[in-house]
Every structure is written in C-alpha cells, then in structure tokens.
Write a protein that binds this ligand. Structure first.
Ligand SMILES: CC(C)(COP(=O)(O)OP(=O)(O)OC[C@H]1O[C@@H](n2cnc3c(N)ncnc32)[C@H](O)[C@@H]1OP(=O)(O)O)[C@@H](O)C(=O)NCCC(=O)NCCS
Length: 140
C-alpha cells in the first residue's frame, strides 16, 4: 500500500513496457526505437497503482548475471518509493533463479539511487545517444 493507493507488481508483456519507456527515457525518439530486439527473451515487470501502470523494468539473462534495462517510473510517480519496490522485486526474482549478480548500464543521473541500493560502479563513464552511463552492479 502507498499513500496514493494499492501498488501491485506483476509480470507484464514487452509490449506493455513501451509507452512508459518512451515517455520517460527517450521521448525525443520514435516509439519503435525503445523496443529491444531481445525483448522477446526478457522478463518484464510492471508496478501499477489502482490498476494503472506507472513503472516498468525488463530483465535479461547474461553470462555476468541478470541485466536490467529500461527501468522507468512515470515522472508524476517518481520519488514515492515505486522504483525501490520494483527493483527490490527484480532482485528477489533474480535471487530465486539462483543468480549471483545483477547489473545495468546506469544513467549517471540515477547513480545515487543505485548506490543507495547497494550497487557499485564498474569502470568508467561512457555515452550512448548523448546520455552518460556507468555499469553498476551488485551481488545478490
Ligand atoms: C530511476 C527511477 C526508475 C527510480 O524510480 P522512482 O520510482 O523514482 O524510485 P524511488 O521513488 O524508489 O526512489 C527515488 C528517490 O526518491 C526517494 N524516495 C523514495 N521514497 C520516497 C518517499 N516516500 N518520499 C520521498 N522520497 C522518497 C528515494 O530515496 C530516492 O532518492 P535517490 O534517487 O536520491 O536515491 C526513476 O527516477 C526514473 O524513471 N528516472 C528517469 C529514468 C531513469 O533514469 N531510469 C534509470 C535508467 S538507468
């Protein structure tokens, strides 16, 4: 429960992630550009409040552990704990699978958030489409 209503986290389809990915992460790109070729092989979770999707995250198995991508909360729902609950769910799901590590290409703007969740930077800063990133990872 949040102050705003009932928060539910459930598995969703890749298609259901697209609108939030687009509006939060890449509003200046065309919507099809936020679809990943590997989406069909991913596991996607969404957080809904009173039945409306407000945050998404997509998980992919890699040799280095679970990689999450396209993690986004609608602006009007940010800073209310929704992302923390969704990331915690992703971590628990990864642990249950027996995974040892979870990682992402983190936007530098989100580094404090990941540091607060036990992630540490691996290597330096790089750029994709004009956005600065660092690989962040943590043991599970
Ligand atoms: C990063 C992101 C997914 C986090 O989702 P969120 O729903 O805002 O996450 P939370 O609300 O749990 O935490 C965000 C901040 O709010 C704070 N917060 C959490 N609950 C809170 C509450 N009840 N009241 C006030 N602040 C709160 C947290 O401490 C956190 O601060 P920090 O960023 O300094 O660590 C979201 O900010 C987002 O979509 N950002 C833009 C896209 C992006 O950068 N995605 C990540 C790509 S790597």
């Amino acid at each position: 429960m949040t102050k705003q209503g009932l928060l539910e986290i459930e598995r969703i389809s890749a298609d259901q992630t697209v609108d939030i990915r687009h509006v939060v992460l890449w509003p200046e790109k065309a919507k099809p550009d936020v679809v990943l070729p590997e989406d069909a092989d991913g596991t996607h979770f969404g957080a809904s409040i009173n039945g409306a999707l407000v945050a998404v995250i997509s998980l992919f198995e890699t040799p280095e552990g679970i990689r999450f991508r396209k993690f986004a909360t609608l602006p009007e729902w940010q800073d209310k704990g929704v992302g923390t609950q969704l990331l915690t769910h992703a971590i628990q799901w990864s642990r249950k699978k027996g995974e040892r590590r979870i990682w992402c290409d983190a936007r530098v703007s989100a580094l404090p958030f990941y540091a607060r969740h036990g992630f540490a930077a691996q290597g330096g800063v790089f750029e994709k489409s004009g956005v600065a990133y660092t690989v962040m990872s943590r043991e599970l």
